[in-house]
Design a protein around this ligand. Structure first.
Ligand code: GDD
Ligand code: MN
Length: 409
């Protein structure tokens, strides 16, 4: 009983958790145990959690090794710059579209080698007025405007725009994102390499301050570059996604049967034998919503889950054959997104159940985990597992192919 009090005292800094610990301690009284069915339950839980944490750790170590290797290919600036069609899909982007167009126009890429295609799906906030205003003031930039009367989703709009694209290269960029002046030039330099079919960017959040978002970026940003060096990034970003147009047409345009137009297009191009990469020097700025952060995270997780389910389904049923260097990337990422979150939830539930019944080892591990919650990375990891699980459940009834516009500032 004395031990119990000592433990409680150190946990005072975590009020809500301390509550949980108190319940645990209260229940057990003097009956701490290492054996019996309740302890066994906890050991099974611990084994499951060990798998949950070991696989991503091994993958991260492998990724570190890929990261230290050479690209094997080199970007080239001296080729004739290809003609580029930059597609900006808009739904209610009046707040950001003017700045977005100016941002594109200020790229250090030859003006006469690019066109902008704005495809709008029935915005009701005056987005198109802003677009026409901007065009009037910038006669030196080629802009096409496509008005889709009804909103059928981003991928549908991209396919409509694709029909009007004259470039050999098609670049997608969200209205609420920004580039650096060299983003386009650097992306194109990589894209023109033989064997590369698609290029995307490293995301830099616009506002520092959301720690969960930042932590999420550091870890995942490294994985994206490492996977790219190995063969292809498992995830692509709509802030800047550049594709060779002939490959886009070969895979049938943008997928409109699921939500991850960016990552899934990159996946399909990879399965057709071309690399989809995120090089270190291509950067873009992402706007993170100020309100609706959680529903935004869940929706994006839903789209990623749809992407990996589809790709892994194609491979497991032999409808597609991944390039051998891409296999470890696709298989591990599919596992991490679709299976691993459940191991966390089940393992944790078993450990808690067993600790409450007085099993000593699960209880100690549980207390250590509570202390680990002080680490930002650990918290972020857990939050991500929960979001993925919610996303998988939510996908059952709503795929979010046409989604709510979140406020960003
Ligand atoms: N034309 C058109 N029609 N554009 C649309 C539609 C639509 O139905 N829906 C969204 N858009 C546009 C938005 O105006 C924005 O320019 C871009 O598509 C991305 O939409 P956001 O609402 O800003 O979504 P996000 O910030 O979560 O975007 C991220 O996740 C999406 C998938 O979940 C990005 O990574 C996107 O590229 C990605 O598609
Ligand atoms: Mn956005």
């Amino acid at each position: 009983m004395q031990i119990t009090y000592a433990m409680n005292a150190t946990l005072m800094n975590y009020p809500p958790l301390e509550f949980m610990v108190l319940i645990t301690m209260g229940r057990i009284g003097g009956t701490l145990t290492m054996y019996g069915p309740q302890a066994l339950l906890g050991y099974v839980g611990l084994a499951i959690l060990t798998v949950h944490f070991t696989i991503p750790t091994i993958y991260y170590l492998m990724a570190k090794d890929w990261l230290s290797r050479d690209w094997g290919v080199r970007p080239s600036d001296d080729r004739d710059p290809p003609f580029v069609s930059i597609i900006v899909p808009t739904y209610n982007e009046a707040k950001t579209i003017t700045e977005k167009l100016s941002d594109i126009a200020s790229q250090d890429y030859p003006r006469d080698r690019l066109e902008i295609i704005v495809v709008d799906s029935g915005s009701i906030d005056g987005t198109l007025d802003r677009v026409y205003d901007w065009i009037r003031k910038h006669g030196d930039v080629r802009v096409k405007v496509i008005e889709e009367g009804v909103r059928l989703g981003k991928a549908h709009a991209l396919n409509t725009a694709l029909k009007y694209a004259e470039g050999d290269v098609v670049v997608i960029t969200d209205a609420d994102s920004r580039w650096f002046p060299d983003s386009l030039r650097r992306a194109i330099a990589w894209l023109t390499i033989d064997g590369v079919g698609a290029v995307s960017c490293n995301k830099i959040p616009r506002h520092k301050g959301n720690v969960i978002e930042e932590e999420y970026r550091n870890y995942y940003g490294i994985l994206r570059i490492a996977e790219s060096k190995k063969y292809s990034s498992a995830i692509f970003h709509g802030e800047l996604a550049a594709y060779k147009k002939d490959l886009l047409l070969k895979i049938g345009g943008f997928p409109n049967y699921l939500g991850a137009d960016d990552s899934h297009t990159a996946g399909l191009i990879t399965l057709s034998g071309f690399r989809a990469i995120i090089p270190e020097d291509v950067r873009c700025i992402e706007y993170v919503p100020s309100r609706g952060y959680w529903s935004w995270r869940i929706r994006r997780a839903q789209h990623l889950v749809q992407n990996f389910s589809k790709l892994i389904g194609m491979v497991l049923t032999n409808r597609a054959k991944p390039p051998s260097d891409y296999r470890p990337v696709l298989f591990t990422e599919a596992y991490l997104h679709l299976v691993n979150p459940w191991l966390f939830l089940v393992g944790t539930a078993l450990v808690i159940a067993s600790a409450i019944q007085g099993a000593l080892l699960p209880m100690i591990i549980l207390l250590i985990s509570l202390a680990l919650l002080a680490s930002r990375f650990f918290r972020t990891w857990i939050v991500t597992q929960i979001i993925l699980a919610i996303a998988m459940i939510r996908n059952i009834w709503n795929k979010e192919l046409v989604w709510r516009k979140e406020e960003k500032d």
